[in-house]
Design a protein around this ligand. Structure first.
Ligand code: NDP
Length: 485
C-alpha cells in the first residue's frame, strides 16, 4: 500500500472482550441475614438484568418489613454479643482480611459489576474495584487508632447502621459505607439498589469467606420500599444514604426527632471551570473524565462546563475531536470507553431532559456513533448556548450530557459555579496556583479539584453543601459519622 493510502486508512479496534467465565452467577439469591442465606418471608423476588443486553442475570429476593426487622435484629445481636466486645485490633484484622480477598477476587468483582451495572470493564477493573480494596485497607488501619482520630479518648460506636446505596457505583458505595462502620465497631444492614444487587451479594460471600462473625454485615435486597423500611426501623442508630436529593429529603424528614445519626450524600451539578491559560489538551481530558466517566452516572460529575470566553472556540473544537474518538459499546470489551445506561428509567430521564434542553433553545451536538440494538444507550452529548436559567444547567441529568456556559472574569465564574442548589464538587483548570487557591476558597463545593477531576482516595473526605447533603465520607473525617461524638 502506498504511504499516502496508508495515511488515509482508518484502523479499527479488534474486539477484546473480557471473559465472563470467571463469574458464577446463581439463578436466584436469598437475603444475607445473620451470616446465612435465607428466603424472604413473603417469597417476593425480582429479576436483575444486564443493561447492555437486557439479559436476565438472576432472580433476587425482595425483602419486606419482616425481613428488614430480622436483619436489624441479627445486626443488633452481633453488635451486643460479639462486635462491640471485640478488641479493636481484631476488628482491624477482619477488615484487612476482607480487603485482601477483594484484591484476590478483583477480576470476578469487576466482571460482575460491569455485567450488572453496564459500566466499562476498564473502569470497574481499574477504578472501582481497586478503590473498594483501598477503602477497606484504609479503614482496617483506623480500627485500633480511633483514640488518635481527634474525637476524644475511646470514642464509642453508635450501634446498628442502616445503609442505602445507589446503582452508579454499587460496590464502591458499599465500601464507603461498610468499611468505616465496621472499623468503628458498628454492625450494618445494607440495601443495594434494585438494579445492581449482584456485587453486594458477592460481597456477602466474601464476608463468609473471611469468617466475619454472623450478623456483623447483613444484606437485604429490594426496591425503594425496602430502603424505607430500613431507614424507618426503630432498631437502627444510624442512617447512611447515597442517592437522589428527593429521597434524601424524605429520609431527613422521616428521621427527624428519632435520635438517629444521619449522613446524606445526594445529587450535584458541578461546575468544571476552564480558564484561558489552562493547557487545553489536559483540560479536555479532564472534561471528558468529568462528565463521560461512568456514562455521567456520577453525583460529582462535571456536568456544567464553564469556559472562559476567549478559550471557548479552541476548547470546544478539541473537545469534539476527542469525543469522536470515544468507543461506545459492550461494557466487557476492554476497548470500550462508554458503556450502557443503567436502566430504561434512567435512559428515559436523560432523553427527556435532553429534549428540554433543545426546546429551551440550547444547541445540541452528539457524537456520531452506532448504538447497539439491544440494551440502553445514549451517545455523548454536548449542549452549547446554555444559559443559567435552562433546566439542563440546573438539574442533575445523571447521564453523558454536558452543558457548556461561558464566563469572562474569575468573579463571574465563581458566581455562575455557585448558582446551583447543589454543592458537591467543582473543578478549576488554570496555570496559576494563586488563582486555584482563590477559586477554591470561594467555591461552595465539598470537593474542589485543581487541574484534575473525579479523583478519589480513601484518605480524602467527600461530601456536600446545600442540597448535596451533609456529613463526610472518607478519611479521618469519615469516622465521625460512625462514632458517638
Ligand atoms: P434513589 O435516590 O431513588 O435511589 C437510591 C437508593 O435509595 C436506592 O437503593 C433506592 O432503592 C433507595 N430508595 C428509593 N426510595 C427510597 C425511600 N423512600 N427510602 C429509602 N430508600 C429509598 O435514586 P434513583 O435510582 O431512583 O435515581 C433517580 C435520580 O436520582 C437519578 O436520575 C439521578 O439523577 C439521581 N441519583 C443520584 C445519585 C447520586 O449519587 N447523587 C445516585 C442515584 C441517583 P431502589 O434502587 O430500589 O429504588
Amino acid at each position: 500500500m502506498a504511504v499516502a493510502d496508508m495515511g488515509s486508512k482508518k484502523f479499527d479496534y479488534a474486539p477484546a472482550p473480557e471473559s465472563r467465565a470467571i463469574v458464577d452467577i446463581r439463578p436466584s439469591y436469598g437475603l444475607f441475614i445473620g451470616g446465612q442465606w435465607v428466603d424472604p418471608t413473603d417469597g417476593h423476588a425480582f429479576k436483575t438484568i444486564s443493561p447492555s443486553s437486557e439479559e436476565v442475570l438472576a432472580e433476587v429476593s425482595e425483602a419486606g418489613p419482616g425481613d428488614v426487622d430480622r436483619a436489624v435484629k441479627a445486626a443488633r445481636k452481633a453488635y451486643d454479643t460479639v462486635w462491640s466486645k471485640l478488641p479493636a485490633r481484631e476488628r482491624g484484622k477482619y477488615l484487612f482480611r476482607i480487603a485482601r480477598i477483594l484484591q484476590e477476587r478483583a477480576r470476578e468483582l469487576a466482571v460482575l459489576e460491569s455485567l450488572d451495572n453496564g459500566k466499562p470493564i476498564r473502569e470497574s477493573r481499574d477504578v472501582d474495584v481497586p478503590l473498594v480494596a483501598a477503602w477497606f485497607f484504609h479503614y482496617a488501619g483506623w480500627a485500633d487508632k480511633l483514640d488518635h482520630a481527634g474525637f476524644g479518648t475511646s470514642p464509642k460506636p453508635l450501634g446498628v447502621a442502616g445503609q442505602v446505596i445507589p446503582w452508579n457505583f454499587p460496590l464502591l458505595m458499599l465500601a464507603w459505607k461498610i468499611a468505616p462502620a465496621l472499623a468503628c465497631g458498628n454492625t450494618v444492614v445494607l440495601k443495594p439498589a434494585e438494579t445492581t444487587p449482584l456485587t453486594a451479594l458477592l460481597f456477602a460471600e466474601i464476608c463468609q469467606q473471611a469468617d466475619l462473625p454472623p450478623g456483623v454485615v447483613n444484606i437485604v435486597t429490594g426496591a425503594g420500599d425496602t430502603g424505607r423500611a430500613l431507614v424507618e426501623h426503630p432498631g437502627i442508630d444510624k442512617v447512611a444514604f447515597t442517592g437522589s436529593t428527593e429521597v434524601g429529603k424524605m429520609i431527613a424528614r422521616s428521621t427527624a426527632g428519632t435520635g438517629k445519626k444521619v449522613t446524606l450524600e445526594l445529587g450535584g451539578k458541578a461546575a468544571n471551570i476552564v480558564f484561558d491559560d489552562a493547557p487545553v489538551d489536559q483540560a479536555v481530558e479532564g472534561i471528558v473524565n468529568g462528565i463521560f466517566f461512568n456514562q455521567g452516572h456520577v453525583c460529582c460529575a462535571g456536568s456544567r462546563l464553564l469556559v472562559q470566553e476567549s478559550a471557548f472556540d479552541e476548547v470546544l473544537e478539541s473537545l469534539k475531536r476527542r469525543l469522536s474518538t470515544l468507543r461506545l459499546g459492550d461494557p466487557l470489551d476492554k476497548n470500550t470507553d462508554i458503556g450502557a445506561i443503567n436502566s430504561l428509567e434512567q435512559l428515559t430521564r436523560i432523553r427527556e431532559l435532553s429534549e428540554v434542553g433543545e426546546s429551551e433553545g440550547a444547541a445540541r451536538w452528539t457524537v456520531a456513533c452506532e448504538l447497539p440494538d439491544k440494551g440502553f444507550w445514549f451517545p455523548p452529548t454536548v449542549f452549547t448556548g446554555v444559559s443559567q436559567a435552562h433546566r439542563i444547567a440546573r438539574e442533575e441529568i445523571f447521564g453523558p450530557v454536558l452543558s457548556v456556559l461561558t464566563f469572562r472574569t474569575p468573579q463571574e465564574a465563581v458566581e455562575k459555579a455557585n448558582n446551583t442548589p447543589y454543592g458537591l464538587s467543582a473543578g478549576v483548570w488554570t496555570d496559576k496556583g494563586s488563582r486555584i487557591l482563590w477559586m477554591a476558597d470561594k467555591l461552595r463545593a465539598g470537593v474542589v479539584w485543581a487541574n484534575t477531576f473525579n479523583r478519589f482516595d480513601p484518605t480524602s473526605p467527600f461530601g456536600g453543601y446545600k442540597e448535596s447533603g451533609y456529613g463526610r465520607e472518607g478519611g479521618r473525617h469519615g469516622l465521625e459519622a460512625y462514632l458517638d461524638v
